[in-house]
Design a protein around this ligand. Structure first.
Ligand code: TYD
Length: 395
């Protein structure tokens, strides 16, 4: 049973960037974004789940290799996986545009990717790719063809799948008895500390804590043996998981360390989540005030990084094209489209469009360091940024 602690109002589907022609405010395109806590499993999830076929299709715009930070982070990870686990067969669930698997031998990799535009990209490069949703049927199909796999990896994908029991059951079924599952997703502890409520949108059905992951995988005879904190997506955790029967791998202290950190913060208690809900409401009030004050002073504000996260913020705080003139973004699939729900145009990134503004709202706050580094000149010339993380402020 899920207990509601946060209501982010009516929201459009976040990664469905609108073209001019279907840019209407059709109420059918909205859903109510409420978030709840399961007192038994300690899992945080959206109360209304959108069918995955509505979200992950041939138009999915998110590309993992869009940022240098991500490319470097995946390259480093591939070296670590090869050194530590020496997989003869490696499977990635949600292989996206192949940013990780391109660091592996073609004959040692299986890609699973439901979005056909992305699956095409890895297929074209000669990697075995299943253009399909992850479930037990697919796991059976793969087992028939390739037998079991040694390492299964999935970043920012399992939290997008509604039926987590099926997800972990299928993984447990396909994973070699000495195999390793590595998953990484935004950390709820970081989300609550940073009041980054924009981690919630239709695709992020779940936001994991280590406590919740431990509880869910337990049912499938799986257990955590290592946890690594990561800077990606505003603070993520990389979980290393094995079959409980595999005694060859020792459980590292990092597991109890992370779990006790979360317990100290109170992530096992519903009252902590209720407090978070109140902090989110305050954050909204403060952010709106910053925007209104600047607009009253006739300042030109634009957005940087047309993220799915920004979509939640814009719709929750009711920030539209009268407040933010346009967004700039380097992703070709987003350019010349509009931020869902708020009709703010997304323009191709250029220094000229950047320098036109007095203030820039950081939609991609999770890339703050990379962006600040790139925009040193804008900052030196007096340009300012607005962020809501960890609290609304002008930088
Ligand atoms: P991200 O935070 O990964 O996505 P989401 O919230 O949608 O999961 O997306 C970052 C976006 O920011 C992506 O559209 C690319 C854009 N971006 C730029 O335009 N310029 C940059 O320098 C960086 C780092 C990102």
């Amino acid at each position: 049973m899920n207990h509601e602690f946060l209501d982010l109002g009516l929201q459009p589907l976040a990664n469905k960037y609108l073209t001019k022609t279907n840019n209407s405010n059709n109420s059918k395109q909205y859903y109510r974004l409420k978030v709840g806590f399961n007192k038994k499993t300690k899992l945080v999830s959206l109360l209304k789940k959108i069918p995955d076929k509505k979200m992950f299709d041939s138009t999915y715009p998110y590309k993992s290799s869009m940022s240098k930070t991500m490319i470097n982070s995946f390259k480093k990870l591939s070296i670590e996986i090869k050194k530590r686990f020496k997989p003869k067969m490696f499977l990635e669930i949600g292989s996206n545009d192949g940013v990780l698997i391109r660091n592996f031998d073609r004959n040692k990799v299986i890609c699973v990717e439901p979005c056909s535009n992305l699956a095409k990209m890895t297929k074209k490069k000669g990697y075995t790719t299943f253009n399909d949703y992850w479930n037990l049927n697919l796991a059976k199909k793969i087992k028939k063809k390739f037998n079991q796999v040694d390492v299964i990896y999935s970043a920012n994908t399992l939290t997008h799948i509604n039926n987590l029991n099926d997800v972990f059951n299928s993984i447990s079924f396909l994973l070699n008895k000495n195999g390793v599952l590595i998953i990484e997703d935004p950390s709820f502890l970081e989300c609550i500390k940073k009041v980054s409520y924009d981690q919630f949108y239709n695709e992020h059905i779940y936001v994991f804590s280590a406590i919740a992951v431990k509880n869910i995988i337990n049912k499938f005879n799986l257990e955590l043996f290592d946890i690594e904190p990561l800077p990606t997506h505003g603070g993520s955790l990389r979980y290393y998981i094995k079959h409980k029967d595999n005694k060859n791998i020792k459980i590292k202290k990092s597991v109890s360390f992370q779990i006790s950190k979360e317990m100290k913060f109170g992530l096992q208690k519903f009252s902590t989540y209720v407090k978070f809900g109140k902090a989110v409401e305050n954050s909204r009030k403060k952010l709106i005030k910053i925007f209104i004050d600047l607009k009253n002073k006739k300042q030109k504000i634009i957005g940087y990084g047309a993220t799915a996260k920004a979509c939640t913020v814009l719709n929750y705080c009711n920030l539209d094209n009268k407040i933010i003139d346009y967004f700039i973004d380097t992703t070709p699939d987003k350019q010349n489209k509009f931020m869902p729900g708020k009709n703010i145009k997304i323009m191709k990134y250029s220094k000229k469009l950047l320098n036109n503004a007095n203030y820039i709202y950081l939609g991609a706050w999770n890339f703050k360091n990379e962006i600040f580094n790139k925009e040193k000149k804008f900052i030196k010339n007096g340009g300012k940024f607005i962020t809501h993380v960890p609290f609304p402020k002008i930088i």
